[in-house]
Write a protein that binds this ligand. Structure first.
Ligand code: DX5
Ligand code: ZN
Length: 227
């Protein structure tokens, strides 16, 4: 079982995104996590589809685009055309999440839904048939560098159990507050894609990525679900 790292560029140097992404990917990161915030769904503004389009030319890594926006229906086409490989919509956003996931898949892009920490885990589990990935927020969305909410561990276990019991080909990603010292526990609980921003781009990027990959090995060795 290969556990993947998805570095969140929210904590990268926005004037040197290509450089920072290359360092992370060369060190073994397979995904690149792109946090799109509209200043309305969350109290922060970041980047939009034009940046994704430029990143598409700058890297072959999987572009894992997390939409923290109020109206995904208005912007899905833009992100599909920009070259996203995975498009993740919040269940708390406007519109019909199931229809949004179907539209993303129909465009040949991997579809994912995400829930905030306070949203019941069943909301995501019900959408498993329509998802190539489920994302669980382990902090309140909006900002990097926050602390992991420990109560989210049970949600990771619940989604992992539902994936295994239903035989779904669905990845389970977690996002927020994951550091070198809690990554193995998250993998053990059931996550197979780990987002990390500040713990990757703060300091020596290559060494930070390697630290995560080492922690993933420990977690996978201890995890019953990977056997
Ligand atoms: C928060 C974003 C996260 C964030 C993670 O709303 O979705 O992707 O960048 O940052 P860290 O790893 O620093 O918690
Ligand atoms: Zn994110």
């Amino acid at each position: 079982m290969k556990i993947k790292l998805s570095p969140s560029i929210l904590s990268a140097d926005f004037a040197n995104l290509e450089r920072d992404i290359k360092q992370a990917v060369d060190a073994g990161a397979e995904y690149v996590h792109v946090d799109v915030m509209d200043g309305h769904f969350v109290p922060n503004l970041t980047i939009g589809a034009p940046v994704v389009k430029s990143l598409r030319k700058a890297t072959n890594a999987v572009l894992d685009v997390h939409l923290m926006i109020t109206d995904p229906d208005k912007y899905l086409d833009d992100f599909i055309e920009a070259g996203a490989d995975i498009l993740t919509v919040h269940c708390e956003s406007n519109g019909d999440t199931k229809a949004q996931l179907e539209k993303i898949r129909a465009a040949g892009v991997k579809a994912a839904c995400v829930i905030k920490p306070a949203t019941p885990v069943e909301t995501a589990i019900e959408l498993l048939p329509y998802c190539d990935m489920i994302l669980l927020m382990t902090v309140e969305p909006g900002f990097g560098g926050q602390g992991f909410i420990p109560e989210c561990m049970d949600k990771i276990r619940a989604v992992r159990k539902a994936i295994e019991q239903g035989g779904y080909q669905c990845e389970l990603e977690i996002d927020g507050g994951v550091k070198h010292n809690n990554a193995a526990a998250c993998v053990e609980a059931g996550a197979d894609v780990i987002v990390a921003g500040s713990a990757v781009f703060g300091g020596d990027i290559a060494a930070n990525v390697k630290g995560f990959l080492d922690a993933f090995k420990v977690g996978a060795q201890n995890a019953a679900w990977t056997k």
